[in-house]
Design a binder for this molecule. Structure first.
Ligand SMILES: CC(C)=CCC/C(C)=C/CC/C(C)=C/CC/C(C)=C/CC/C(C)=C/CC/C(C)=C/CC/C(C)=C/COP(=O)(O)OP(=O)(O)O
Ligand SMILES: O=P(O)(O)OC[C@@H](O)CO
Ligand SMILES: [Mg+2]
Length: 230
């Protein structure tokens, strides 16, 4: 299953802390997206995560958990995406919580279902930047070098360029994409329609669409059009 990320072009990220009625969830799950990623940076609990998993499970689309809180690690997902924030000085968000999680879950961990994401957080105003103390004011060459650490030194399967809440610098995303070989480059942040989706999809491997689902569902569904382009 972990290999299936190699074919993803489009992912919807659903936040367990936000309301989505059954009709909207049906449209999202039947949209043709490659996967539903469940995650968020605040208000994530075991209960709201189980609830969302059980609703998405009515559909065939793969459902993966992006782990952001130790208390909300729920069994039953197809994959577990494990973020490590590369551009923070706070080791807790790089490997501290990870060490505690591994100690806690021990033999229960389905290792083949874990996929590590090297996060580069680039919107300083986002919740995730504030939460993790990420240094979002990086130069392009610093951002690229973080991506190369993930790709060439750590051999991480994913480099996640995270602009949550705002549309990022596509030139920089392209530089990151060109400077990496093995890691799949995921881009997320401010994709709000077909046009922004196509721009982002042109410079990365996989786009991640989040907040617009809750603001304008029709626009969010337009973004799946990137799957029609090679
Ligand atoms: C029995 C069984 C199935 C066990 C499961 C095994 C398993 C998965 C064990 C855990 C292994 C492990 C190593 C876990 C890591 C634990 C952990 C909590 C690590 C910290 C992760 C981390 C760095 C979190 C920081 C926040 C972050 C990067 C979140 C990702 C999601 C994100 C950025 C969402 C965007 O937030 P959003 O709410 O959309 O923001 P806006 O408000 O700006 O929109
Ligand atoms: O919510 P948006 O801005 O679409 O960002 C998507 C995702 O990268 C958030 O982690
Ligand atoms: Mg969000």
């Amino acid at each position: 299953m972990a290999d299936s990320i190699q074919s993803w072009r489009h992912v919807f990220k659903l936040d367990p802390d936000k309301e989505l009625d059954d009709k909207a969830l049906d449209a999202v799950c039947m949209s043709g997206t490659d996967a539903i990623m469940v995650g968020g940076s605040s208000g994530i609990t075991y209960e709201n995560t189980v609830d969302l998993l059980s609703r998405v499970r009515r559909y065939e689309v793969p459902c993966v958990l992006e782990v952001s809180d130790l208390e909300a690690v729920v069994p039953g997902f197809d994959l577990y995406m494990i973020p490590m924030v590369l551009n923070t000085k706070d080791r807790d968000w790089i490997l501290g919580q990870h060490q505690r999680a591994i100690e806690q879950f021990g033999y229960m961990i389905p290792w083949d279902s874990l996929v590590t994401e090297g996060y580069i957080v680039l919107n300083g105003d986002s919740t995730v930047a504030k939460l993790t103390g990420a240094d979002a004011s990086l130069s392009a060459s610093s951002a690229v070098s973080y991506a190369q650490i993930a790709d060439k030194l750590m051999h991480l399967p994913i480099v996640y360029v995270e602009y949550s809440g705002t549309f990022g610098d596509m030139e920089l995303v392209q530089k990151i994409h060109r400077s990496t070989e093995r890691s799949r480059v995921l881009y997320g942040g401010g994709i709000v329609d077909k046009s922004t989706a196509l721009q982002a999809a042109a410079v990365c491997d996989t786009i991640v669409v989040g907040n617009i689902i809750y603001r304008d569902l029709a626009k969010a569904l337009e973004t799946v059009a990137v799957k029609l382009k090679v």
